[in-house]
Design a protein around this ligand. Structure first.
Ligand code: ADP
Ligand code: MG
Ligand code: ZN
Length: 472
């Protein structure tokens, strides 16, 4: 039988605030264990939570960016569970009345056309601590406890691991551009839970789903989903049956393992948190946030195309916030969007990741300067690329690099005229060929002149001077 895979994602995204959600401890990755803690986020009894207003603003921004309805009233609930990563014994979340509902995001489907993935809800919650296992002991590091999170829950609208990956990538680009989160997956600020089931092709009745939690790369998301889909199929085809459970994906082994049967909402004994008042937003507040939204990837892409970048380059740049910032700064200097964009998506992307540009040692205006030099004919395009390679590797000012590596193009007419005359004199046969209309011979003369100048002559000038001397 042919099966169809059904996927719904839950995305946990840490909000870019300066402090935690209910206390004034720092929201900062790293640090000594338990450095960023206080009695509040350590779960001591008798401490009252105070809501960080910035977290609400960022959740609303996420909702706007993901086409949600922003709820005028929402509320925090306690999700009770007994687990060592949460000293309070409950997590403050929003269960009954989430802040955003009914959103969507369009992605390219596997068959090529756009498809809409519905977003059921976005709610605000606090993160839990991290259990550290070392020296045969387990310790609790509460630096992460009470960091502000949003959880984005999609409807089961994706039909393959590739679609799920596309959705995840697009959501990340949007959340970053909207300033909601830094979305650093290696630091856990963006994590995906994959809910997956399979059903006979063409059916509309969803099968039993399993859930894999905390996938923190696009690759592991896609692999975990591929693997789980195949596992479902082999269980069903072997005559077995699936049950709703939470599984752990082991990226190294390339396998998932059952963890626990799925808990139900009742298991968590949700109830409204009596320590926090409901969040009430008025229209002016929401309108203000709408007006102050940063430009999102789709609008950015259109703008870059308008500036002259190719569609593909514009798409790549608009989806990588850091690269788009590099592009804008460089373009301001160079005035040539097409070349600036293609150098970033080509030469630079080959060496550094566009969505972090980690470790680059040059400024946007350095890059703009290189593009400008190439535009003005001071250096050739290949010299521009050499300069960029050098800047990526060692940093340094473009003018200095061009000088040091002897890359500047000879645009001095008299110097080129001298070289061209020499070449013409040494090749009377080619000159005769050119004069009798064999234009191919011009190429030979240009090549010789370039060779003598060690590639430094401006080829356009060489061509012009040949034509002048031979009166073509
Ligand atoms: P819970 O809160 O218990 O995890 P939800 O109903 O909120 O349950 O669903 C969680 C996620 O599971 C959602 O992303 C949803 O789209 C997805 N989901 C629900 N049913 C299925 C199914 N049969 N197959 C795949 N995904 C599903
Ligand atoms: Mg879930
Ligand atoms: Zn604290």
């Amino acid at each position: 039988m042919k099966y169809e895979t059904v996927i719904g994602l839950e995305i946990h995204c840490e909000l870019k605030t300066s402090s935690k959600i209910f206390c004034s401890c720092k929201n900062e990755f790293g640090g000594e264990e338990n450095e960023h803690t206080c009695p509040g986020c350590l779960g001591m009894p008798g401490i009252l939570p105070v809501l960080n207003e910035k977290a609400v603003e960022l959740a609303v921004r996420a909702g706007i960016a993901l086409n949600c309805t922003i709820q005028r009233a929402s509320q925090f609930d306690r999700k009770n569970y007994f687990y060592a990563d949460l000293s309070k014994g409950y997590q403050i979340s929003q269960y009954f009345h989430p802040i955003c509902t009914d959103g969507w995001l369009d992605i390219p489907s596997d068959s090529g056309e756009q498809k809409r993935v519905r977003i059921a809800r976005i709610h605000i919650e606090e993160d839990a601590g991290k259990i550290v296992h070392k020296n045969g002991m387990s310790y609790l590091d509460d630096n992460r406890s009470s960091l502000p999170l949003i959880e984005i829950v999609t409807m089961p609208d994706m039909r393959s691991p590739a679609e799920a990956e596309r959705f995840a990538r697009k959501a990340r680009a949007i959340l970053k551009a909207a300033g909601v989160s830094d979305c650093r997956m290696q630091e856990g600020s963006l994590r995906f839970d994959v809910n997956l089931s399979i059903m006979p092709q063409g059916s509309t009745v969803l099968g039993t789903r399993t859930e894999m939690k905390n996938l923190n790369s696009f690759r592991s998301l896609a692999r975990a989903a591929e693997n789980e889909s195949a596992r479902h199929q082999s269980v069903l085809e072997g005559g077995g049956s699936l049950f709703q459970e939470t599984r752990r994906w082991d990226d190294e082994k390339g396998m998932s393992f059952g963890m626990r049967s799925k808990e139900n909402a009742q298991d968590y004994r949700y109830f409204p948190d009596p320590d926090l008042t409901p969040i009430e937003l008025d229209d002016a507040y929401i309108e203000n946030i709408k007006l102050s939204m940063p430009e999102l990837p789709e609008a950015k892409m259109q703008r870059y195309i308008g500036l002259g970048a190719s569609e593909k380059d514009a798409e790549m740049l608009s989806e990588a916030l850091e690269a788009s910032e590099l592009f804008e700064g460089a373009y301001a200097e160079s005035g040539n969007a097409k070349l600036t964009a293609s150098l970033i998506t080509g030469d630079i992307a080959a060496k550094v990741r566009l969505d972090s540009l980690e470790g680059i040692k040059f400024t946007p205006s350095d890059l703009g300067r290189v593009v400008k030099m190439s535009e003005k004919g001071e250096i050739s395009l290949s010299a521009a690329r050499k300069t960029i390679a050098e800047m990526i590797e060692y940093g340094g000012s473009p003018d200095e690099i061009v000088k040091r590596l002897g890359l500047s193009q000879i645009s001095d007419e008299s110097a080129i005229r001298q070289i061209v005359s020499e070449v013409l004199e040494a090749n009377p046969k080619s000159v005769a060929d050119i004069k009798s209309g064999k234009s191919k011979a011009i190429g030979f003369i240009v090549g010789q002149a370039m060779k003598i100048s060690k590639g430094a002559a401006n080829p356009a000038l060489v061509n012009r001077i040949i034509a002048e001397i031979l009166e073509l």
